[in-house]
Design a protein. Structure first.
Length: 492
């Protein structure tokens, strides 16, 4: 993998491209250079080139950077060398890395395993949602590096199962995310339990005042490195927005999944309940999908991820918390089923595609209520997102026999789409409700059988391609009518 893998970030610090910095120039040990070589990295990324020498010189550090910039290796690599000398002691980890989510913690642990292959370092992962037994055992035996989410760490600390007084090095990763998740008081508490004489590194995509205060309080004379975000400047990602009514979102998504040459996709929603429901709906429509969100236990989440990585499923419906920072290769599409509430999340979400030099497409669904949120995204990324239009469609479109112009078209040569639409919207408004009222109260509500029948009729567009369609359709071509969302108040 070349440097293009981290192409989302452009440097604010002095460029290195002019004099091509090498890993060997950064002061890392031979063993580490071998591990870096084995990872296939040829050049350090800007944040690595700046951070590694500073960490090796035991300086405190503030890295303003997000995932995708190579920031993990920028602290993991020098930490391995810093930790190489010294003795492990029971219950007293020698260094601590705090991560906001279990997935990120697990990912950092993977990095340690990869880069630390030639070192004798013990690492433990302390995350919620998994059995504590092995974690406690590892702590009892002594660890050099402890990677933890704040909740589980506090839990063990309060039970006296861990002592932080031997911890000489602390990394606070994704500090702004920690803030969003309400972890700052925990982090302050933890910092206060660590020895004063220690090295501290803090990474954050943004520097809101609370994080700045935290840094002022717990870091001493830190070196500050900034690599700018602007994932939108990643030329490998083609981003679109689609103005869509809430009740048409699923139909629109299914159409795109069926017709935009999707290989693998992550579909983000703002709510866990939507993630669950959407995954069910997609599965019912015949898509191979899975889900990850904060309510799913760690083992299941990891299994879902594995299924996605192995190709067992090719669509992952996700919430932000579970998906933050995930490094999954080869994701062809990202769908923002909901416009994210925080513009930073947009950057993180679409950054799941277009990685490692590959091309990716990102679609953001925008309802009327999202006007402000999408405006904030465009302000943050300093660019207007193109509206998805007919020219951007990757399949051939017939001129549609105009589905929606009249309020109640009685006849339609495509085959009763109106009925389908009505039933669908009703289902959408009450996603998981059982028909619990007595039948006579609900004359209009279709009994279960009819709903099923509807379903068989309903996902006409993607189904048409996926199921037995008598007409020969060349792969990747849609010869059905133009989908409604392409005609609704967008680019002509
Ligand atoms: P991160 O920003 O830590 O999430 O890293 C993003 C991706 O960049 C990961 O897949 C890393 O394996 C990869 N990466 C890290 N450092 C380098 C490098 N020097 N050259 C190429 N890829 C890298």
């Amino acid at each position: 993998m070349g440097l293009c893998a981290i192409g989302q970030a452009t440097m604010v610090t002095p460029p290195f491209t002019g004099y091509s910095m090498k890993f060997a120039d950064l002061g890392l040990s031979e063993d580490l250079l071998k591990a870096v070589d084995a990872a296939g990295y040829t050049e350090p990324t800007p944040i690595q080139a700046e951070a590694i020498p500073a960490v090796l010189m035991m300086k405190d550090l503030i890295g303003i950077a997000q995932t995708g910039t190579g920031k993990t290796a920028s602290f993991v690599l020098p930490m391995i060398d810093v930790m190489a000398a010294g003795r492990r002691r029971a219950l007293m980890p020698r260094s601590l890395i705090l991560e906001p989510t279990r997935e990120l913690a697990a990912q950092v642990a993977e990095n340690f395993e990869k880069y630390g292959a030639n070192h004798d370092l013990k690492m433990a992962l302390l995350i919620g949602g998994v059995q504590m037994g092995d974690q406690l055992k590892a702590l009892n035996e002594g660890v050099d590096v402890l990677i933890a989410t704040p909740g589980r760490l506090m839990d063990l600390f309060e039970r006296g199962k861990i002592l932080l007084s031997g911890c000489e090095l602390l990394v606070i990763d994704e500090a702004d995310r920690m803030l969003d998740m309400g972890f700052i008081p925990d982090i302050e508490f933890i910092c206060e339990k660590l020895p004063e004489n220690r090295q501290t590194m803090l990474f954050s995509a943004t520097m809101p005042p609370v994080i700045k205060k935290l840094a002022d309080k717990f870091l001493s004379n830190p070196k500050q490195i900034e690599v700018s975000r602007a994932a939108s400047t990643n030329d490998n990602i083609t981003a679109f927005k689609i103005n869509v009514e809430q009740r048409k979102k699923r139909e629109t998504l299914e159409w795109l999944l069926g017709n935009d040459h999707v290989e693998t996709a992550i579909v983000f929603s703002n709510k866990k309940t939507t993630v669950r429901q959407l995954n069910k709906d997609l599965q019912r429509s015949g898509f191979k999908s899975g889900e990850i969100h904060g309510d799913i236990d760690q083992n299941t989440r990891q299994k879902e991820l594995e299924r996605f990585k192995s190709g067992d499923i090719n669509i992952l419906v996700a919430s932000d918390v579970a998906a933050r920072g995930l490094d999954i290769k080869g994701v062809s599409h990202v769908f923002n089923y909901d416009t994210p509430w925080h513009p930073d999340d947009y950057v993180h979400r679409i950054g799941r595609t277009g990685r490692a030099g590959a091309k990716g497409r990102a679609f953001t669904f925008v309802t009327k209520a999202d006007a402000e949120a999408i405006g904030n995204v465009e302000k943050l990324t300093k660019s207007k997102i193109d509206v998805f239009g007919k020219d951007d469609v990757r399949v051939e479109l017939k001129d549609a026999p105009k589905p929606p112009p009249k309020p109640k078209p009685k006849k339609d040569d495509v085959g009763a789409p109106k009925k389908v639409r009505e039933d669908k919207s009703e289902r959408d408004q009450k996603p998981a409700k059982e028909p619990k009222a007595p039948e006579q109260d609900k004359p209009k509500r279709a009994p279960k059988k009819d709903v099923k029948q509807d379903r068989a009729d309903k996902p006409k567009q993607p189904r048409k391609r996926r199921d037995e369609d008598s007409e020969p359709v060349p792969p990747g071509e849609w010869n059905g009518p133009q989908p409604g969302f392409l005609g609704v108040g967008f680019k002509k």
